[in-house]
Design a protein around this ligand. Structure first.
Ligand SMILES: [Mg+2]
Length: 254
């Protein structure tokens, strides 16, 4: 394998099971990576969620100054300040209240038009999550159990149908499938392609030395925009395969 200086990971379905924390083994491996190269997480979740799922799970040997987070699909960037020992926003782009209302109404209308319905008893807490720069619709609620979420729309048919009723939002917004039951809506032009390009504009690193790893690298998948940057990439079937990829990256440094 080529010697990369940066590895950019999707989170859910790539480093961890949807919304679950990294396993101890994965936490150790990612920490080991930060000793050799920069590690970047790009995902639909907010920083607070990523902190719980990833940062708090990293082994003791993590080099925080080599670790970057691109929350809400890369519409913001968080880096570690070694002097203050704090995680700080480098940039942040938020939606207006009118934009948020337009998105939520658009999704509600699509749900009314859909050929399927969602049993309210299957929904665990809020379906709509306001992530500042992103509205995330989670069909079964954001805190539904992963094993229930995973069987709801395994072939993305339900969400593709919803998307087909939401074309009218595409003048202003980008719509992408995330996780196993969710649709992420951000301002148009803000997707993983944008997030990765902003990251490379902000840092002194070069995209030719980067590797992207994600589980949804297909048209409509939320990792697909990432590869439009031209970055080298590896598709993963899940955390198990991601660990193999990390071992390969580490071996390239032996
Ligand atoms: Mg994913």
């Amino acid at each position: 394998m080529k010697k990369y200086n940066t590895i950019i990971f999707d989170l859910d379905g790539t480093l961890a099971v949807t919304k679950s924390p990294l396993t101890d083994e994965m936490g150790q491996l990612v920490a080991q990576l930060t000793q050799k190269i920069n590690v970047v997480i790009i995902t639909g979740g907010r920083f607070e969620q990523i902190k719980k799922q990833v940062i708090d799970r990293l082994g003791e040997n993590v080099v925080r100054s080599n670790f970057y987070v691109l929350p809400t699909t890369g519409s913001s960037m968080v880096a570690y300040d070694s002097k203050t020992k704090e995680w700080n926003y480098v940039y942040r782009h938020e939606l207006t209240n009118e934009q948020k209302e337009r998105i939520i109404n658009g999704i509600k209308q699509a749900l009314e038009q859909a050929s399927f319905s969602i049993n309210p008893d299957d929904v665990f807490e809020n379906q709509f999550e306001d992530r500042g720069s992103q509205i995330t619709f989670s069909a079964l609620g954001q805190y539904q159990k992963p094993e229930i979420k995973i069987v709801w729309d395994p072939e993305q048919k339900k969400r593709q149908e919803l998307l087909s009723y939401m074309n009218h939002l595409e003048d202003e917004f980008a719509l992408n499938l995330g996780g196993s039951t969710s649709i992420d809506v951000t301002l148009k032009g803000i997707d993983k392609e944008y997030g990765i390009n902003e990251f490379y504009k902000t840092t002194a690193l070069q995209i030719k030395d980067g590797l992207f790893v994600g589980d949804k690298i297909f048209p409509g998948g939320n990792d697909y925009p990432a590869i439009k940057t031209g970055i080298d990439y590896r598709e993963t079937s899940g955390p198990e395969e991601t660990m193999e990829i990390i071992h390969e990256v580490l071996q390239s440094y032996d």
